[in-house]
Design a protein around this ligand. Structure first.
Ligand SMILES: Cc1cc2nc3c(=O)[nH]c(=O)nc-3n(C[C@H](O)[C@H](O)[C@H](O)COP(=O)(O)OP(=O)(O)OC[C@H]3O[C@@H](n4cnc5c(N)ncnc54)[C@H](O)[C@@H]3O)c2cc1C
Length: 426
């Protein structure tokens, strides 16, 4: 059997204003924002947990949301959820930032390491409170395209193959899965050998008891341990694009075997792996080829169509603005993306995709979708001042203040200047 024709006749199960595909932090932010603006909203999540890499993937750190000089840059839903996560789970907010932006100059950065499980449950609560319909264990598959318009999305779940209609589609699968299947242009990346589970040991439990802080019981247990820049990636390990079942499987098998090898050198009575990542810890799989691709040389540049200001999480001072054009394309009027699949190049993509900016671009995508439906425009053509005003009302910083820009605006990342990085020499 070399070829088969496999097709099904489907009727629309339910129509929504907005269907959000993928319930990572970006998708939850998008769904909540669309629903709060009165849109009937469906969120499709293929796993059983909201939060994506930030929960299921065990990446439980809000990277710095300030400029490294005591000034907060990232607010909006990212700030709200950082605070929420510290209410019930671990609270690792530095003392300097416990009560908001410090009055004194500080180089201590504004971060928070949270409980992945508790934060995931809190995201479920956010979705319920916002009135979003959510379907867990439900995979968003093909979009139904009518020329360049999306009319709905086909899903696979316990219920079989089904079709949900939509007026606006937000792809927050992190991998641009739905848009790729619809033939919308995307750009793919490469991933290094990185894998981290959570473990407890007798020593870490003792430390937790001594300090009276359960957080201390948890330690990371790595498989591949290669950093963001791919330093020391072994030559015999592939750099996975991560867009096929074979890639995902190869990544998982190699890491599981490596962790097992490491465990063989330890006493089994003294340690346990308590959680293992439920999704591949791939950073950069595929992103939209948007109307603009954010570059490192955009540091300190103001964009008229900015939807949020963000900061570099690794280096002090570096500030960026994210144009709406990174999330959408004029030629596809009713689809938008956010989070990991927003358009950025190289290290600028890294800056866009981490948890706090992913939440902000999700929030912007939800607001933009709602505004486009209300005013009858394409999502890339919404009245930008109106969108920015809505986001500002939700406490998002749209433009960073010029007083935060240092005199020396040179940007050096990992020993390379902006022109070298943007030229693809990272
Ligand atoms: C190794 C590593 C370390 C990192 N370290 C940090 C860090 O310390 N701090 C930080 O802030 N960021 C860090 N990041 C980045 C950050 O975790 C992610 O970029 C961010 O969480 C992305 O959020 P997202 O919502 O865009 O995508 P994702 O978290 O990828 O969420 C996508 C969601 O969509 C779902 N989904 C996928 N396909 C479908 C489909 N077809 N149908 C339905 N659902 C689907 C997935 O199950 C998932 O829930 C790290 C990432 C990695 C890989």
């Amino acid at each position: 059997m070399k070829e088969v024709v496999y097709s099904k006749k489907l009727s629309i199960k339910k129509e929504y204003d907005v269907v959000v595909c993928g319930g990572g932090v970006a998708g939850v932010a998008a769904a909540v924002s669309a629903a709060k603006n009165g849109c009937s909203t469906l969120l499709l999540e293929k796993s059983n947990l909201l939060g994506g890499l930030g929960t299921l993937g065990l990446i439980n750190l809000f990277v710095p949301m300030c400029n490294g000089r005591g000034k907060q840059i990232i607010f909006g839903l990212a700030e709200k959820w950082l605070r929420l996560s510290a209410e019930l789970g671990f609270d690792a907010i530095p003392d300097e930032w416990k009560r908001g932006e410090p009055k004194e100059y500080t180089e201590v950065r504004y971060i928070q390491r949270y409980s992945p499980a508790i934060f995931a449950y809190q995201l479920t609560e956010e979705i319920v409170h916002a009135g979003v319909d959510v379907l867990f264990d439900c995979m968003a598959c093909d979009p139904i395209m009518d020329g360049n318009l999306v009319r709905g999305v086909v899903t696979e779940s316990k219920g079989g193959t089904e079709l949900y209609g939509c007026r606006m589609l937000i792809d927050t699968t992190g991998d641009c899965d739905v848009l790729r299947r619809g033939g919308i242009p995307v750009v793919s990346g490469e991933n290094f050998f990185t894998f981290s589970a959570k473990m407890i040991t007798l020593d870490s439990c003792r430390e937790a008891v001594e300090k009276g802080d359960i957080h201390c019981a948890y330690k990371g247990m790595s498989g591949g341990n290669i950093n963001l820049f791919g330093d020391n990636q072994p030559e015999d390990i592939p750099r996975w694009p991560g867009l096929s079942a074979e890639d995902v499987t190869d990544y998982i098998v190699r890491n599981h075997l490596l962790v097992l090898e490491k465990l063989k050198d330890t006493d089994r009575r003294t340690r346990e792996i308590v959680t293992t990542p439920g999704m591949p810890q791939f950073r950069t799989t595929a992103h939209l080829k948007g109307d603009y691709s954010l570059r490192v040389s955009d540091a300190y540049r103001h964009f008229d169509d900015s939807v949020c200001a963000i900061n570099d999480f690794e280096h002090r001072d570096h500030l960026f603005e994210v144009p709406l054009r990174c999330l959408a394309r004029r030629d596809y009027p009713n689809l938008i993306t956010a989070g990991r699949s927003a358009d950025g190049a190289g290290y600028a993509w890294d800056l866009l995709r981490v948890i706090p900016p992913a939440i902000l671009t999700g929030q912007a995508a939800g607001e933009a979708a709602a505004l486009a439906l209300k005013t009858g425009t394409g999502v890339a053509d919404v009245e930008i001042r109106r969108l920015q005003a809505r986001l500002e009302k939700e406490n998002v910083m749209i433009h960073f203040p010029d007083s935060y820009v240092p005199e020396d605006k040179t940007v050096v990342i990992h020993g390379k200047n902006a022109a070298e990085i943007d030229g693809g020499h990272m």
